[in-house]
Write a protein that binds this ligand. Sequence first.
Ligand code: PMP
Length: 356
Amino acid sequence: MSRYLDAKYQPLVAYVPGEQPRDMQYVKLNTNENPYPPAPGVIEAVQAEAGRLELYSDPVCADLRDALAGRYGANRENVFVSNGSDDILNFAFMAFGGSGDRAYFPDISYGFYKVYAELFGHAYCQIPLREDFSIDPTDYLALNGFIAIANPNAPTGLALSRAQIEDILQSNPEHMVLIDEAYVDFGAESCVELTAKYDNLLVVQTYSKSRSMAGARLGFAIANAALIADLEKIKFSVNPYSVNRMTLAAGLATLKADEYCMENCRRVVETRRKTVDRLRLLGFEVLDSRANFVFARRPGSDGGWLYRELKARGVLVRHFDTPRIRDYLRITIGTPAQMDVLFEKLEEITKHPITQ
Ligand code: PMP
């Protein structure tokens, strides 16, 4: 830390992304990327734009917002896009996170919520998950502040129903409710359709998971026009060109082949089902995931130890060394072949035969 860093940022603890080691070729099941390549046509679209890099990108992102509006039954003024959904979460915490007494989010959830609350100096309250790691929706009724919920939640993979979220929206009319649907396409109920009914709802999604574009950095949000205008105001006060030409083109080309992406989601869900069965056969307890990862522990096996043993054998999974969840591994669902490698190594480590 230099002596020039503003005092208010000195205590800030930054988010720690999943590791990307380069010492060897790993089976990467640690950052919830999609194991399948981007949609047909995406690479060509990116290459065409790469020839025009001397020109700025469209700050309004008109074509992509129109295409997303068409896909989700909304209008351009209801759609916001930026550089990954992290960028949108950042803007949302900046714009809305300081309302009321404090910002509310679950104690075990996407680690960035806490970082953003601290970055912007907002008071916040982390509401404990139940013993079984589910969110108790009644904890979120009639609160006095901004609410952020990942649905499905990460790293648990557990989801709330649309009806449960609607209760939260109805009981907090004075405050914004952000529903982070990064993983929704893998089997949870989306709240996008509720944005037409509730002016306090912001739904945030990403191309990183279900649309195989983590490296391109593209996120979008859907909400009523006034909330989107607020986000645009913030974006145009920070960096109007936050989405580059190649990513805009990739986003458009991906939507043209959306059925390819949705089919990949179904493949991931099918692989998830088999993965859960195989993990249980190996003695793991696995939460009911609606996401492209599973959260599991093996009673009697230390989570950190399992993580290290897997890494030594070339398989990366995510381990959080924090209270309540340090026994758990978060394992991204890869291709069936990648999962076979995982189980080959797990079998070796746990010395249990896998019977199928
Ligand atoms: N929300 C949740 C719950 C996530 O797990 C992630 C991925 N780390 C994100 C948002 C951010 O995704 P991206 O910035 O790649 O769109």
